[in-house]
Design a protein. Structure first.
Length: 136
């Protein structure tokens, strides 16, 4: 036997439930739908407060061989700026993006910002330029 039953003119088996158990036309298998995700406002508030606490926490940073205390967020930006000053392109881009809003208010800064971005782009292209083939 194959495990299939014939009820009337309908064959019952895998993927073919009995007619009385099938969904009625227009009826969904999940009438109430998937429940919405409930994010508690209190949880978001707690996360924001925890972030602020961690960002303002004092950390010890070694600068020029001497330990120095500063808030963690300052240490992160300090490190980012130091990497940018060493020529790290990603760090430079992040610093420039952070500065973009501040620069909008000063016309002379806008001009210098544009010059720096063009210089960076040229340097990046030179650094990644493929060697030219010589023709014989």
């Amino acid at each position: 036997m194959s495990g299939k039953k014939i009820t009337g003119d309908y064959e019952v088996g895998f993927g073919k439930p009995p007619r009385n158990r099938q969904f009625k036309p227009g009826q969904s298998g999940n009438p109430r739908g998937r429940p919405r995700r409930q994010v508690a406002i209190q949880t978001l508030r707690e996360m924001r407060e925890a972030f602020i606490r961690m960002a303002n926490r004092e950390v010890t940073v070694t600068e020029a061989g001497k330990p120095r205390q500063m808030p963690a967020i300052d240490a992160v930006f300090h490190r980012l700026m130091m990497k940018a000053l060493t020529g790290d392109h990603r760090s430079i881009k992040m610093v420039m993006e952070c500065m973009r809003d501040q620069i909008k208010e000063h016309e002379e800064w806008q001009i210098r910002f544009t010059e720096i971005m063009l210089e960076m782009e040229r340097a990046h292209e030179e650094e990644h330029k493929l060697p030219q083939r010589r023709s014989r």
